[in-house]
Design a protein around this ligand. Structure first.
Ligand SMILES: Cc1cc2nc3c(=O)[nH]c(=O)nc-3n(C[C@H](O)[C@H](O)[C@H](O)COP(=O)(O)OP(=O)(O)OC[C@H]3O[C@@H](n4cnc5c(N)ncnc54)[C@H](O)[C@@H]3O)c2cc1C
Length: 312
């Protein structure tokens, strides 16, 4: 985006939100868990739902490209940056409501999954333990049907409240209408935005719930490189295989390009071992894809959403 256009558009976003909510040339490494990547022309982090709605309307009317970001734990912005507007949900949508007698949890999209799982456990509600260690937001998790340890978001979701991409229409889809599959929902096609999610859980002894959460956290911490910046498992599970095993069997464990490395602890993870660029990460991704294809004839598709322009 040209400088004058950026300034003009940023001013319009400030008018409908506030000065603190809008950043020009935002360093997306700060907002994504890879801690790598380029700048976004404009980053808007509305402080409330009305601000989010108005920002979507303005972004749609501007004719510029725009993207929705949650906690940034499954997104990589290429080094050339994102030409357009990124709208981040994390400040606007934080509420968590629990209806104990109906075993329901209603969480807004910006609430962290870990926080929602803990709140549910405090209310003796079980069901979110498997995904309690996923570091994303409820919105990101409902978008992609996040899953771990034999549990997926679709197992607990009953309804999802949405707003259309242009901010004009609010509506609700049932879990069936969300068309959930492995790392898939209807939102991959519509591009609409999760506002809140209703989940039906089950009453259980809170000690047991916390014990299960702690046990899974220990498993995660011992088997995954949680001390290094990453976006979790980099690749989707190819049908009939495990991505990490294919990569390991191809002899790629520890393979390094610049600051990006196939984790020696878990080959399914690409980690930033210090100063990785997004190009290091995508070059390593391509190398892994080519070697696994050559060795086993299997295509590996990234689970991580890669956006923006390549470095010039
Ligand atoms: C250490 C680590 C471990 C991980 N372990 C797991 C795991 O076990 N299982 C798993 O499934 N994932 C895992 N992940 C990946 C990631 O945490 C999940 O995919 C999570 O659901 C992403 O949520 P987010 O808020 O960070 O989304 P983002 O990364 O911000 O966005 C991801 C996608 O969701 C879309 N999105 C975000 N918010 C909304 C919204 N409100 N409405 C519509 N679309 C939205 C974005 O446009 C983008 O396409 C891991 C990541 C890390 C870093």
């Amino acid at each position: 985006m040209e400088e004058a256009r950026k300034q003009e558009l940023a001013k319009q976003f400030i008018d409908i939100t506030s000065e603190e909510c809008v950043e020009i040339d935002a360093d997306m490494a700060q907002y994504t868990s890879f801690r790598a990547g380029g700048k976004a022309d404009i980053l808007v982090s509305p402080a409330d739902y009305e601000g989010l709605k108005a920002s979507l309307k303005l972004a749609a009317a501007s004719g510029e490209r725009y993207y929705i970001l949650g906690n940034g734990t499954n997104v990589l912005v290429r080094d050339g940056g994102y030409r357009g507007i990124i709208i981040r949900t994390m400040d606007a949508l934080q509420e968590i409501a629990i209806v104990d007698e109906e075993e329901l949890v209603i969480a807004q999209a910006g609430a962290l999954l870990s926080k929602v799982a803990r709140s549910a456990a405090q209310h003796m509600l079980s069901g979110l333990e498997p995904v309690s260690g996923v570091p994303g937001s409820i919105g990101g998790a409902a978008f992609m049907n996040a899953g771990a340890y034999d549990g997926e978001m679709k197992d607990v979701i009953t309804d999802v409240r949405l707003i259309s991409r242009d901010g004009e229409r609010e509506y609700t889809l049932s879990v069936d209408e969300m068309d959930y599959g492995y790392r898939h929902s209807v939102l991959y096609e519509t591009g609409d935005i999760v506002v809140s999610v209703m989940m039906k859980l089950k009453m259980d002894d809170p000690h047991k719930i916390f014990d299960r959460m702690n046990e899974l956290a220990e498993r995660r911490n011992s088997k995954q490189p949680v001390d290094k910046p990453s976006a979790g498992s980099f690749f989707k599970r190819p049908t009939g295989y495990f991505a990490g095993k294919l990569i390991q069997d191809a002899g790629l464990k520890g393979l390094t390009v610049g600051g990006a490395q196939v984790s020696p602890l878990h080959s399914g993870f690409i980690v930033n071992i210090g100063g990785a660029t997004a190009t290091d990460i995508t070059d390593l991704m391509k190398l892994v894809q080519a070697r696994v294809k050559a060795e086993f004839g299997v295509d590996m598709e990234p689970e991580v959403r890669i956006i923006g322009e390549p470095a010039e």
